[in-house]
Design a protein around this ligand. Structure first.
Ligand code: 3H9
Length: 676
């Protein structure tokens, strides 16, 4: 748990609890013992604390938060460190996060290597720094910097930490221990952060709350963080810390933190493919081919270019290629203008791109991703050609959103090398990739698909083959019911409001407007048989034509459209339907519960490995509010019986083929959950 070593008069304490030196009960006990013993050990004059392996510490052991407290608490250990009569120096490399940084704050001096990152990310777990962080950080770095770090949860770099006074000196990582020990020898006496005062700034809290109101809105943790930081100004240290403890205890037991912790572990679980040995080899990937320079192909390519991996992009016409490459460059330049990239980085990325009309140029690519429009015949033709061109061992991927990978793979002589890599739009931004495992996909192809997705900063989730895989399949009943309810009497605003109030970034109809109302519309027919046909025929193709279910101004701000209301009325009359009032309860059941129901079917059919994988799809692919954990977690929280009753209440209206998933019915009766 910890290792100690005496170097003449310097005691070195190494936190050693792989993989992230989490501060579980064993570490806390050993650390407090070591500090206590050092007080009376005449050989020890100064103490250095550092971390073993890649980092200082990833903080408190999050798995303990669901269990009754055991052993000495982290705040008590840190108080003991600060109270030490012998000076204590923290030597930080890699990362010092959460409780890890709080240990460093309890130390009398802090050193960091140049590449280290220091942060208090507790807020992203729905809690606050509960081991003195909200009281010590403002005392060290001032109110403004402390508010920024604690409420955003984002770590700062070592150089920033030096600038704001969080660390005393930067040191070289090479010879970390020796460098820290040499520094420790120059220290005479302890210097306790708790004895400092926070210089008060009357307007700081109001300014901060106003600037961050939108981000904080429905979230408990940032509000508690602000209250605790305020106590560092208003109250003596011990009283401030007592308030921090109280707020921490409330948050950790609350629904939001439970959901956010679920999201943390769900994301990590999704990376593990059941039945795939950890040591499954990965195929080397150094060169990517992308077929199709449209919005998706371009976005997909950018991920690799940004990660320093070369991409050959192919399209049918020079015009399409030019447009696609131009859009990628424009996207990079927009990021540069926002200060997210330097102009050298833009150049470096674009230099890695080889646009070509020559399909044969894909012959030396290790991974080729097809990103053309959704048409099975076209995809089959492309894969048959790829089978002739691609080198042996190359991985052939399709970015299809719905179609069968098995059918696509069947036209090749190497179905084991084929898989789906389903990116979400905009593909250079959205973190989710559904990695679709065909019936014949080889294990090493799947493992490589997962790891290359992580290399480019994505969150991969495995799905098996079905129409729409995980995310889009669940979207179908939601969208169908949204359309149906418009005809029955709901307005687009009402349906969307239920979703945005819930915390989704947009509602079902706003989503259609963003994606394009014309997707899937057959523009060559004159027949107007659906609401979609009518909107498209009226030129209302969504945000891109500034008119869809809503009217849009130049800033893409939506307002309700009287024209749409008329179109809907007209359709209702033609269908012989009578307008009725639709309750929010009905909207929730027919759009959110139906998604949960489809998710349960996806689980039953083994399309998804686990319920939490479905949650990850919705968190990273569709902006499901993280503090609600994902649709399956949410269903468990509100109760599966509630979901089933809601579905039963509106079953007759949900759709002709509608049925309740047997898994859902069973668990609703036996009191079980989807997650376990
Ligand atoms: C806190 O400190 C509260 C205090 O203020 C007050 C207390 C009173 N605990 O992410 P990785 C596991 S709250 C337990 O894949 P990486 C993780 O689940 C904490 N387990 O590695 C995974 O397990 P598995 C504030 C943890 O190199 C394995 O370690 N701290 C913890 O990509 C590897 O993790 C945070 O919020 C933990 N704290 O990234 C930091 N951390 O292999 C949370 C990780 O079984 N952690 N695990 O799937 C991180 O952000 C990243 O793990 C880190 C490493 C950046 C450290």
């Amino acid at each position: 748990m910890i290792e100690t070593k005496l170097h003449d008069d310097v005691l070195e304490i190494v936190l050693a609890n792989a993989p992230v030196n989490a501060l579980g009960a064993g570490v806390r006990f050993a650390l407090s013992q070591a500090i206590e013993n050092a007080q009376t050990d005449v050989h020890v004059r100064v103490i250095v604390i550092r971390g073993a392996g890649k980092l200082f510490s990833g903080g408190a052991d999050i798995t303990e938060f669901d269990q009754p407290p055991t052993g000495c608490t982290l705040p008590a250990v840190i108080d003991a460190i600060e109270a030490s009569s012998k000076p204590v120096v923290a030597a930080i490399h890699g990362m010092a996060l959460g409780g890890g940084l709080e240990i460093a704050l309890g130390c009398h001096y802090r050193l960091a290597t140049r590449t280290a990152k220091l942060g208090l990310p507790e807020v992203s777990l729905g809690i606050l720094p509960g081991a003195g962080g909200t009281q010590r950080l403002p005392r060290l770095v001032g109110l403004e910097a402390a508010l920024d770090m604690i409420v955003s949860g984002s770590p700062v770099s070592a150089s920033k930490a030096l600038e704001i006074g969080l660390v005393n000196q930067l040191i070289d990582e090479q010879g970390l221990a020796a460098n820290a020990i040499a520094y420790a020898r120059t220290i005479d006496a302890p210097r306790r952060t708790r004895d400092r005062r926070v210089s008060s700034d009357a307007g700081a809290f109001e300014r901060f709350a106003a600037a961050n109101a939108r981000k904080i809105k429905d979230l408990d943790a940032p509000k508690a963080c602000i209250a605790a930081i305020k106590a560092s100004v208003d109250l003596p240290f011990d009283e401030g810390q007592a308030l921090e403890r109280e707020l921490f205890a409330e948050l950790v037991a609350g629904a939001q933190s439970t959901a956010l912790r679920h999201a943390f572990f769900a994301e990590r679980a999704a990376g593990k493919v059941l039945g795939l040995a950890k040591e499954t080899p990965r195929r080397p990937i150094t060169k990517i081919g992308v077929i199709g320079a449209g919005t998706m192909g371009g976005g997909i390519s950018m991920n690799f270019l940004s990660a320093g991996i070369g991409v050959t992009i192919v399209d049918m016409t020079g015009e399409a290629l030019e447009r696609g490459v131009g859009l990628m460059r424009a996207n990079y330049e927009a990021s540069a203008r926002k200060g997210r990239l330097s102009s050298e980085q833009v150049k470096e990325a674009m230099d890695l791109l080889t646009p070509t009309l020559d399909f044969d140029a894909l012959e030396d690519c290790d991974l080729i991703i097809e990103a053309v429009y959704e048409n099975m015949a076209v995809k089959k033709e492309i894969f048959a050609r790829l089978d002739d061109i691609a080198k042996p061992g190359a991985i052939l991927a399709s970015n299809t959103s719905y179609l069968s990978i098995d059918e696509i793979a069947s036209v090749t002589n190497r179905p084991a090398d084929v898989l789906g890599l389903h990116f979400f739009s905009p593909a250079n931004v959205m973190k989710l990739v559904e990695v679709v495992r065909g019936a014949k996909t080889a294990d090493d192809v799947l493992a490589t698909g997962m790891s290359i997705a992580r290399t480019i900063g994505k969150v991969p989730v495995v799905a098996r083959v079905c129409y729409g895989f995980i995310g889009n399949r669940m979207l179908i009943p939601r969208q169908d019911n949204a359309y149906a309810m418009l005809l029955e009497g709901a307005t687009p605003e009402q349906i969307d409001r239920v979703h945005t109030d819930f915390g989704m970034p947009m509602g079902p109809l706003q989503m259609i407007d963003l994606a394009g109302v014309d997707i899937g519309w057959h523009r060559d027919t004159d027949r107007v048989e659906s609401l979609q046909d009518a909107l498209c025929a009226a030129g209302r193709w969504g945000q891109k034509t500034k008119a869809g279910f809503y009217d849009y101004d130049d800033k893409r701000k939506p307002t309700p459209s009287p024209v749409v209301a008329e179109i809907i009325d007209d359709f209702r009359n033609r269908a012989g339907l009578k307008r009725r009032a639709i309750s929010d309860d009905e909207i929730v059941a027919r759009t959110l519960y139906t998604m949960v129901n489809e998710g349960a079917k996806i689980l039953e059919e083994d399309i998804a490995q686990r319920a939490s994988d479905i949650d990850v799809v919705w968190l990273y692919g569709y902006g499901w509010p993280r503090h609600k954990g994902g649709p399956m977690f949410w269903a468990d929280q509100i109760g599966l019986a509630t979901v089933v009753q809601g579905l039963e209440r509106y079953a007759a209206r949900i759709g002709e083929d509608f049925s309740i998933a047997s898994l859902l019915s069973r668990r609703a009766v036996d009191g079980g959950s989807l997650e376990k």
